[in-house]
Design a protein. Structure first.
Length: 128
């Protein structure tokens, strides 16, 4: 959605509201919806960008997720001992060898978004 399209939709919405065809709460909901469409198009969040790229993050349990990428599927989880960190699960039987080789040396991340970002960037680097 371009800025011009959003302004046109708001003009139409304003005309409908002035004619009395909708309540104020309906008007505000629709106005907000137009603004959100414009924001998502022009400034998507990290998770919106990867979802638009065809990547999925599936929750398997509390603190346990599956990354479903274009070139590999792997699991990652929140681990803790004296502190808490996130890591890619590389010790399972069905771990893709390229994932194991990439994350064998360093596999400790502070946040979930950081580990997803590393997986996403690695996935994109494989695509060439």
């Amino acid at each position: 959605m371009t800025k011009e399209q959003a302004l046109l939709e708001i003009e139409v919405l304003n005309a409908e509201y002035k004619l009395g065809n909708m309540s104020r709460s309906t008007y505000l909901k629709k106005h907000y919806s137009i603004g959100e469409k414009l924001r998502k198009t022009n400034n998507p969040t990290f998770y919106e960008r990867i979802r638009n790229d065809g990547i999925k993050i599936k929750r398997l349990g509390k603190g346990y997720y599956q990354y479903i990428g274009k070139n590999f599927i792997c699991e990652f989880s929140e681990e803790s001992c004296e502190s808490t960190w996130w890591e890619v699960s590389i010790w399972g039987e069905d771990v893709n060898p390229i994932v194991y080789n990439h994350f064998e040396d360093y596999n400790q991340f502070d946040t979930k978004t950081e580990v997803v970002g590393q997986l996403y960037n690695f996935d994109k680097s494989i695509q060439g």
